[in-house]
Ligand binder design. Sequence first.
Ligand code: ADP
Length: 274
Amino acid sequence: MKNSGDYIIVETIIKIEGLSKSFVNKNTTVHALDNIDLDIYKGEIFGIIGLSGAGKSTLVRCINYLEIPTSGSVIYMGSNLSGMSVDKIRKTRQSMGMIFQQFNLLAQRNVLDNVCFPMEIAGVPKKNAEKRAIELLKLVGLEDRIKAYPAQLSGGQKQKVAIAGIIAMRPECIIFDEATAMLDPSGRQEVMNTIKRLNKEYNITVLHITHFMEEAVEADRVIVMEKGKLALEGSPREVFSNVARLKEIGLDVPYMTELAHLLKEDGLDIRDNI
Ligand code: ADP
C-alpha cells in the first residue's frame, strides 16, 4: 500500500483463490486449508491468528510452495505458482523471506558473518555483502554488536540478526511464523518495532503469524483462521470488535478490547470498534 497524496494505491502481491490443502495419514484426512480466498496487498503488515492446528503455517507454506496445494491457486506478483518449474519456484521463494520461532543462526559465526551468510551463498561479493550487512545491522539497532556471537545475544537480538540476514537478500515479502513466540515481552517489542521499521523503510510486505493479540493489533489487516477456514477478516479494529465470535473460536482478545467489552456489558455506551 502506497500513500500517494490524496489517495492510496492498493496493489495485490499475493492472490489466493480457492486454496485447499489436505493431508492424508493412514485412514484419516485432515483438511488443513479449506477453500481459502484472500488478497494480500503490497506493503501491508498482514496478521494471521488462530488456535494451534487452525492452518496458519500450512497457509504460509502453500504461499511459498513449500507445500503443494491440493487445489486452488496462489498468484504471486501476477504469476501462478502452480504453472512454474521447480527452478522458477525456488527463485520466486527467494523473494519471500521466512523467519521461524527458533533462531536460525550459526553459533560459530559472529553477527556480521551471520548476516552475510545468505548473501555469500547467493554469490554477493564479500565487500558488498559486508556493506549491506552493516547498513541493516544499523537499522535493527545492532551496529555495536557486529563482533558478538549468537550465544552472547538476547533472544530478541538473535531474531533481529536473522531478520537482517533475510532483508539483506532484498525480499518482496517476509513471513514471520510465530517468530516472537520464544521471546520475553521486551524481546517481542524489539522484534515488533523492527518489523514495523522494515515495513516502512523498504515497503516490504509482512505476513505475521502470531498468537499474541497485542501484536495482531499492530497489523494493517488481520485474518482469523478456524479449522482451515477464514473465520474473520478485516482491520484489527473490525476483527477485534467481534468479541463473542473470537471467544467462541477460543481466542483471547486484546486487553483493551476485553475491558471495553466488559464496560459495555455493564451498560456503558461504548462503540463496538473502540
Ligand atoms: P497452525 O499453524 O495453525 O498451528 P498447521 O497449519 O500447522 O496449523 O496445521 C493444520 C492442520 O494440518 C493440523 O491438524 C495439523 O496436524 C495438520 N498438518 C500440518 N502439516 C501436516 C503434515 N505435514 N502432515 C499431516 N498433517 C499435517
